[in-house]
Design a protein around this ligand. Structure first.
Ligand SMILES: Nc1ncnc2c1ncn2[C@@H]1O[C@H](COP(=O)(O)OP(=O)(O)O)[C@@H](O)[C@H]1O
Ligand SMILES: [Mg+2]
Length: 154
């Protein structure tokens, strides 16, 4: 597990950028944390790191937003409004197995709501500090944290 202190929004975005520059097709990021913890901010950085210039907005109502103009496709999901049985019906493995879609990066907000998880994923847990500070705990499950991310300075 890797813990990073994120002093402000820019730090969270920067972490996302570094992830976006170093992740590989098929990587899944499971984001957990309260409303306003910075999940979407991190995914916005991730999109920037992938070279996506479209503005990334939270798919709270659309469930999934797909961005295809970057180095790899980005599939951004938000499970906030769903019950676990509704999540199961989405067949999310389509995205992380890249079966019927081009393999890309899958970033899932409110991953707490997942009734099952992929075989490998990066767990990203955001928590509040004082005011604009956040803390992030990143735990790789059957995958590795890239050198670029592991040696980041905030
Ligand atoms: N260190 C920080 N990291 C991320 N967001 C921060 C930070 N400090 C303040 N914020 C603010 O908190 C809010 C986080 O919102 P958002 O990223 O949409 O969270 P979530 O998707 O987890 O609900 C934004 O308004 C952002 O500007
Ligand atoms: Mg969000």
């Amino acid at each position: 597990m890797m813990k990073i202190f994120l002093a402000d929004t820019t730090a969270t975005r920067k972490l996302g950028i570094t992830l976006g520059q170093s992740l590989n097709a098929g990587n899944v990021i499971l984001l957990e944390g309260d409303l306003g913890a910075g999940k979407t901010t991190l995914v916005q950085g991730l999109g920037e790191g992938l070279g996506i210039t479209d503005s990334i907005v939270s798919p709270t109502f659309t469930l999934i937003n797909e961005y295809t103009e970057g180095r790899l496709p980005l599939y951004h999901l938000d499970l906030y409004r769903l019950e676990p049985n509704e999540v199961a019906a989405l067949n999310l493995e389509t995205y992380w197995e890249g079966v019927e879609v081009t393999p890309g990066i899958v970033a899932i907000e409110w991953a707490e709501r997942l009734p099952y998880k992929p075989d490998s994923y990066l767990s990203v847990r955001l928590t509040y500090g004082d005011e604009s500070a956040r803390q992030v705990e990143m735990t790789p499950h059957n995958c590795t944290i890239s050198e670029e991310v592991a040696t980041m300075r905030m």
